[in-house]
Ligand binder design. Structure first.
Ligand SMILES: *Cc1c(COP(=O)(O)O)cnc(C)c1O
Length: 476
């Protein structure tokens, strides 16, 4: 590999006068841009020949790591296999070239796809009706809470301004409640990682609008007390919100609607597959139980009801919706039921194989993911961060680390249902090996990664004084 090409910025490869394009012959005669609209200086762009540009970006793309390159056990994210057929359907010109303002009778096919997905989501979750408008899980949470707020506004019940959120919740839960103008009340977890029902009882009252729950929760644990919790919250007049980010292991096993949840979102990009590394794209449809349908956001329409809400001028992230629909249709009614059990089996297999080397703070069956609290042997000084960096040397993506916040050395592993036994065994072997290294040559682990183009970065410096480019501002 050409090291100069490999490690350089495109600006550093620039030579004055080099070009990677040729414009078509001007067929329209002379035209000059009016003087007052002309640039004062030439645009300072990199000047490179075509091969240099192609190699530069191709080499960079090879530094990328994705589900298609290797095992990606990022917990809480469901980084699953994204079949090419999803992309083919999403890129089909009949879908990709649609315009959101096209006349309705020219988009019958898209409408059918849209309706089908809404219908399947309702069937899979036990909800009455879905909106596909929200563009991410967090956007769905906000939409769901706005629905709940509108519901209480419509009943002129203005006292309900509080949302109960478990201390194990994803950070987006309290954030969404705050953005929605609601107050957050935290309910504690018990020793076993589940919501403390006794503590919950002390928080309930006529000022509670909703309780948000993730089930299985962010520790990958099933919340067995849901029937009691939903009853308590409903009895005090509040609604139950289901954060559907962990819906994956529930597919085919149980439905939030049957557990008494009133409003929920689904992260299509997680449970139903879409490549979503690097922050996008996403889709967070929101479903409501029977009786709340009128509070769903309206599409492109005004309404004279004062509690109507709008979260998106169009129909949401349609390409992600198509991928989800394709995934559901590919699996079909029969096979989609195997998603949850297989994801659960894979996670438990890894957990049981590794728990002698890594500290398992909560014993017992997990669902699709679980959390270790660092290495079991704390005397080596090797941290979760070190293990995560060492995994990169062995060609694995790191799990989610330092989340959830309940344990200091959290390491959250989610294999998904898609991986073969050989892949999972390969990961287990490497995790054993790293635990051995931590005992016998801890400095190797502490200094990792050794084999990646960029070695360990200084997190604080990178966040406080990011240098994302070597070139000075005036070259941009
Ligand atoms: C991912 C996640 C979210 C947020 O979803 P986004 O689609 O990333 O906005 C919320 N809650 C939990 C438990 C999650 O894992």
């Amino acid at each position: 590999m050409n090291n100069k090409l490999y490690g350089s910025l495109i600006f550093e490869l620039s030579h004055p006068g080099r070009r990677a394009y040729s414009l078509p012959r001007n067929e329209f005669g002379d035209y000059s841009v009016p003087a007052d609209e002309q640039r004062k200086h030439d645009a300072e762009l990199p000047e490179c020949d075509e091969m240099t540009v192609v190699r530069h970006y191709t080499n960079h793309s090879e530094n990328n790591f994705g589900v298609d390159n290797g095992f990606y056990p990022l917990g809480s994210c469901t980084m699953k296999y994204n079949p090419c057929i999803n992309e083919e359907i999403a890129m089909h010109p009949a879908f990709a070239n649609l315009h959101p303002l096209q006349p309705a009778d020219s988009v019958k096919g898209a409408e059918k796809a849209y309706d089908l997905l809404q219908q399947y989501l309702s069937e899979l979750t036990g909800m009455s009706k879905f909106t596909l408008n929200p563009c991410a899980g967090a956007h769905g949470e906000l939409t769901g809470l706005m629905i709940i707020r509108s519901y209480f506004e419509s009943k002129r019940d203005t006292k309900r301004i509080k949302v109960i959120v478990p201390d194990s919740a994803h950070g987006t839960n309290p954030a969404s409640a705050a953005v929605c103008g609601l107050e957050i009340v935290e309910v504690k977890s018990k020793e076993d990682g589940r919501v403390d029902v006794e503590h919950l009882k002390t928080l309930l009252g006529d000022d509670i609008a909703a309780m948000m729950m993730t089930n299985p929760n962010t520790l990958g644990l099933f919340e067995y007390d849901i029937p009691e919790i939903t009853k308590l919250v409903h009895d005090c007049g509040g609604l139950m919100y289901y954060d559907g980010a962990n819906l994956n292991p529930m597919l085919g096993a149980c439905r939030p609607g049957d557990m008494g949840f009133d409003v929920m979102h689904v992260n299509l990009h997680k449970t139903f597959s879409t490549p979503h590394g690097g922050g996008g794209p996403g889709s967070g449809p929101v479903g409501v139980r029977a009786g709340l349908e009128e509070f769903l956001p309206m599409n492109n329409s005004t309404t004279d009801k004062d509690f109507a809400i709008s979260v998106n001028p169009y129909h949401g992230n349609f390409a992600v919706e198509l991928r989800a629909l394709t995934y559901i249709l590919t699996l079909g009614k029969q096979h989609i039921k195997m998603v949850g059990p297989l994801a659960t089996l894979n996670a438990n297999y890894i957990k049981e194989c590794l728990k002698d080397d890594y500290e398992l703070p909560i014993e017992g069956l997990c669902k699709h993911e679980f959390v270790f609290n660092g290495l079991k042997d704390k005397s080596t000084g090797v941290t979760t961060m070190d293990v995560a960096k060492r995994l990169l040397d062995y060609g694995y993506h790191a799990p989610t680390i330092y989340f959830p916040l309940l344990f200091h050395e959290a390491m959250m592993i989610e294999p998904t249902e898609n991986e073969s036994k050989e892949t999972i065994d390969g990961f287990i072997n490497v995790m054993h090996k790293i635990a051995e290294e931590a005992k016998n040559s801890p400095d190797v682990v502490k200094g990792a990664p050794h084999n990646t183009p960029i070695k360990r970065v200084d997190d604080v410096l990178a966040a406080k004084e990011p240098h994302v480019s070597n070139c000075t501002l005036n070259c941009l």
